[in-house]
Design a binder for this molecule. Structure first.
Ligand code: NAP
Length: 322
């Protein structure tokens, strides 16, 4: 049986809307009608073959997660099984263990848009460094979708003071942290606001993270007090320079959060609670629905702060006016 899908035929090009064979259903799997799939940064990286999980196989269908409809009409949030047959297609064949039912009436586009960025901080603060009530948090890169949601997630999970740091001043002004710091003001300004935090959620990496790490550790009043640094994204660069003294002269605990750092089982266990938070509006996002048939246009469209593109295979659903 054929379906239509976003198909990557070359890692140098955007996906094309093409017919594709529906994968065979194996034991323990079900076929879903895909309703919406988010175009997350991770999906773009996967479609260029550059993600650390990429096998380099072509053709491939991008998309790591989405919302689908089962044969009984109920909607589920689901996570793709591998990096070759992703979720940006009319149908998805999914392991039953990798799907979570959505409550009746759930906003499909919002769930598809929010789960990936929201999960990054939710899982970090629940599974990597379980946050204690009142602990203070710095979000490095608070102007992106995941960073802005991290402020809401940290608040929901009991954080005390929250500092948000980011590049774009206008977007930073909308971040609901207790204090915001423009990265352009330099590492000393960041240290003045955040040297005493307990946890850093780092979406930047690269030079801003190197500079921030040294500035915070240097300005910290008690360097033997634990500072948990959780590496989550790398929009500012794939590597950092880390002087060895940073690890000897302070109680710095550096770890990452992502696929591999946390087991699939642990991720899945967190999903129902996160879906509920998105439903109640604790975690907010603006989905921008674009028909799957327009995948090339979606790929070319610049990301708008606060929005997340979701591709919608069906017709007559949240059609995009932009
Ligand atoms: N590990 C995980 O579980 C996980 C899950 C979700 C996302 N992520 C990662 O987290 C990162 C952010 O994802 P997202 O969904 O928030 O993406 P997004 O909504 O596209 O936001 C990215 C933001 O990065 C900022 N940025 C880009 N280059 C920068 C630089 N050189 N210096 C400072 N800021 C810069 C931009 O902010 P300005 O507007 O201020 O320029 C932009 O808004 C990505 O690397 C993504 O892969 C990881």
């Amino acid at each position: 049986m054929k379906m239509h899908a976003a198909v990557v035929t070359s890692f140098d090009e955007a996906p094309h809307y093409l017919p594709f064979e529906v994968p065979e259903v194996q034991e323990g799997q079900v076929v879903l009608d895909v309703l919406a799939a988010g175009l997350h940064p991770r999906v773009r990286t996967g479609a260029t073959g550059q993600h650390y999980t990429s096998s380099g196989t072509l053709p491939m269908i991008p998309g790591i997660d989405g919302v689908g409809r089962r044969a009984d009409g109920t909607a589920v949030y689901f996570v793709a099984d591998d990096d070759v047959i992703g979720t940006m297609a009319e149908k998805a064949v999914v392991d039953r263990r990798r799907m979570v039912p959505l409550p009746a009436g759930a906003d499909v586009a919002k769930v598809a848009a929010a789960m990936n960025p929201a999960m990054s901080s939710w899982v970090a603060l629940r599974r990597r460094v379980p946050i204690q009530p009142g602990q203070s948090v710095l979000i490095l890169g608070a102007t992106g979708n995941a960073g802005a949601m991290a402020v809401q997630v940290a608040r929901r999970l009991g954080a005390g003071r929250i500092v948000g740091a980011g590049r774009d001043a206008a977007r930073l002004a909308t971040v609901p942290a207790d204090e915001v710091v423009a990265l352009g003001d330099g590492p000393d300004a960041l240290a003045a606001a955040a040297a005493e935090v307990d946890i850093v959620l780092d979406y930047l990496w690269g030079r801003p993270a190197s500079a921030a790490m040294m500035a915070l550790l240097t300005a910290r009043s008690d360097r033997s007090r634990q500072l948990d640094w959780i590496q989550i994204g790398s929009v500012a660069g794939p590597t950092i320079e880390l002087p060895s003294v940073a690890l000897r002269s302070a109680n710095l605990r550096l770890q990452g959060n992502g696929q591999g750092a946390v087991s699939p089982r642990a991720y899945l266990a967190e999903l129902p609670a996160l879906i509920e938070e998105i439903g109640t509006g604790t975690i907010t996002v603006t989905p921008r629905a674009i028909p799957l048939a327009d995948v090339e246009r979606a790929w070319a469209r610049p990301d708008v702060p606060g929005e997340r593109i979701v591709l919608t295979p069906g017709t007559g659903f949240n059609s995009d006016e932009g």
